[in-house]
Design a protein around this ligand. Structure first.
Ligand code: GLC
Length: 523
């Protein structure tokens, strides 16, 4: 809990007090030749008293690793917050709902800070506040059993009300935790209302007036559409602000956040361009184009320590980019585990994915039987739409020696698959960023991807993978077969594996870009 105290209180007066003393000294140091004794002395003095005023950043999100995860959003919140905090320039805090699915091992460590009542339209609801510090980041959890004591995170009829309560609570707890952020960084539609409420209800109060909102879109497909009838009764938005959230005769929370925030971003530069286009924007392209001057695209990273083939304890054997010999052990044991023939030279193509249409599964279902005529093994892991789950299960029954369907979500098995396969297929129709292609690379497994969103930005043909441009099943098959043919050239393939495994997907670069965006917003 050491980081609980805000730096503002202590650093502000210090900053003001030292300003006079440091300014002339710094100027003198700049003028004097670098070698002169005076210069060295003065520079030292200046650096000794240099005020450290960290920027205060508050992430607002509906999930974060290691506490609760349904998808890539959680990994980004967990690892980006840690990376920004590690750079040392920001005091980073995160607010999450206290879902009952958060494991007891964590809940037991949370400390209770206090409780308030949160007013939303005619409701007045209990809001408990818990705190936990991890890797230099302070996490707050909003407790309300009526809203969050349910299995899972989403998919309830009252999700709009649940996340309205959550978003309103984020603003209401600020006086209790004594933290008014410089930047409130809201992620996806579940946190959109925090940016909207800031503009409609809070920014007129002195403590809130300097808070800037950044809204990050992780997937534009999920926007938070609601009936306009709910405007005041459920969302507590005055009629005079209807124009901010109204879209196509409904409430659209993502649209509201884009209108209300100072800046918005998305998770890859390519996707930032794509969402201006009707094909990708799920109806929001006019709003994105209208606000294009506030938009940036920043490629996600991955937690490269968490995904490290040399240390990952989930693997059958560990290996490094300089010595891939144990990857063959991983492959052999994976084949055994999945009941596939243990053939060292047959390439394994894997997919670890939600089984939904935009992941490109229509392309896969179109040509998979053609592909299975080759000397190949295909492994699928994931859950999703019943039509794909059924299709893949049936395929596994008909091709038991070539196809393995694992209709589950299993973190341990996913790492065994990333490490034990040769080629990783990700033919998404759209992909805001995608983390799996980066994870596959880290394990020396070569991605075959469609050139869209973050797949385009992270995978370069022959540098660290294979790509195809059009959403076309036979274009995909052609490139897969090219990879399978290159796979036979062991020496060249090893070099490709090395390049993939050593591509820099760490958060270092992107966390710095976020930091400069925060600073830019505060100008
Ligand atoms: C969403 C996107 C995915 C992205 C992730 C994290 O799940 O669909 O492409 O990697 O968010 O930003």
């Amino acid at each position: 809990m050491a980081t609980k105290t805000t730096t503002t209180k202590t650093t502000k007066p210090a900053a003001a007090a030292t300003k006079k003393a440091t300014e002339p000294a710094t100027k003198a140091a700049a003028k004097a030749p670098a070698t002169s004794k005076t210069a060295t002395k003065t520079v030292k003095k200046a650096s000794e008293v240099k005020p450290v005023q960290k920027k205060k950043i508050l992430f607002v999100a509906s999930e974060a690793t290691p506490f609760i995860q349904t998808g890539g959003l959680a990994e980004v919140i967990g690892s980006l917050s840690k990376a920004v905090a590690a750079n040392g320039n920001c005091d980073v805090r995160v607010v999450l709902p206290l879902y009952s699915d958060i494991k007891k091992e964590y809940r037991d460590k949370f400390s209770y800070i206090g409780n308030i009542y949160v007013h939303l339209a005619w409701r007045n609801q209990y809001c408990g506040i818990f705190e936990y510090v991890k890797d230099g980041v302070t996490f707050y959890f909003i407790d309300n059993e009526f809203y969050f004591k349910r299995p899972g995170c989403y998919g309830y009829f009252d999700d709009g009300e649940r996340f309205a309560f959550f978003s309103r609570s984020v603003l209401e707890i600020m006086p209790v935790i004594n933290f008014y952020p410089d930047v409130m960084h809201c992620h996806d539609w579940q946190a959109a209302l925090a940016a909207i409420y800031l503009k409609t209800n809070y920014c007129f109060r002195p403590e809130y007036q300097y808070i800037r909102a950044l809204f990050t879109i992780h997937n534009i497909e999920y926007q938070g559409w609601y009936s306009l009838d709910l405007l005041s009764d459920l969302f507590d938005i005055y009629g005079s602000y209807q124009y901010l959230v109204e879209y196509k005769n409904s409430i659209n929370l993502m649209k509201g956040a884009i209108e209300c925030c100072e800046r918005f971003s998305t998770v890859s530069p390519r996707y930032a361009g794509e969402i201006k286009d009707e094909y990708y924007a799920h109806g929001l392209d006019p709003i994105v184009r209208k606000n294009h001057f506030k938009l940036s695209g920043i490629l996600n990273g991955i937690d490269d320590e968490g995904y490290n083939c040399a240390k990952d304890t989930h693997l059958f054997a560990n290996y490094t980019p300089d010595d891939f010999r144990n990857k063959a052990v991983c492959k052999n044991k994976l084949q055994k585990l999945l009941g596939l023939p243990q053939k060292a030279d047959t390439p394994i193509i894997s997919m670890v994915s939600r089984l939904v249409s935009h992941k490109g599964l229509d392309l896969v279902t179109t040509v998979i039987e053609e592909l299975l005529q080759d000397d190949v093994q295909v492994v699928v892991l994931g859950t999703g739409d019943a039509c794909y789950e059924g299709f893949f299960s049936d395929l596994a029954r008909r091709y038991p020696d070539k196809f393995s369907a694992n209709i589950i979500f299993n973190g341990d098995l996913s790492r065994k698959i990333y490490s034990g396969s040769d080629i990783f297929l990700m033919p998404s129709k759209s992909e805001p960023c995608g983390l799996s292609q980066m994870i596959a690379c880290r394990y020396g497994t070569i991605p075959v991807v469609r050139e869209t969103g973050g797949l385009y930005d992270s995978i370069k043909p022959l540098e660290n993978g294979y790509t195809f441009a059009n959403y076309n099943a036979h274009d995909m098959l052609y490139v897969i077969r090219q990879a399978m043919s290159d796979y036979k050239n062991k020496e060249e393939w090893k070099k490709l594996m090395y390049r993939a495994a050593t591509t820099d997907f760490s958060w270092n670069r992107s966390a710095k870009i976020y930091e400069s965006l925060y600073l830019d917003m505060l100008k």
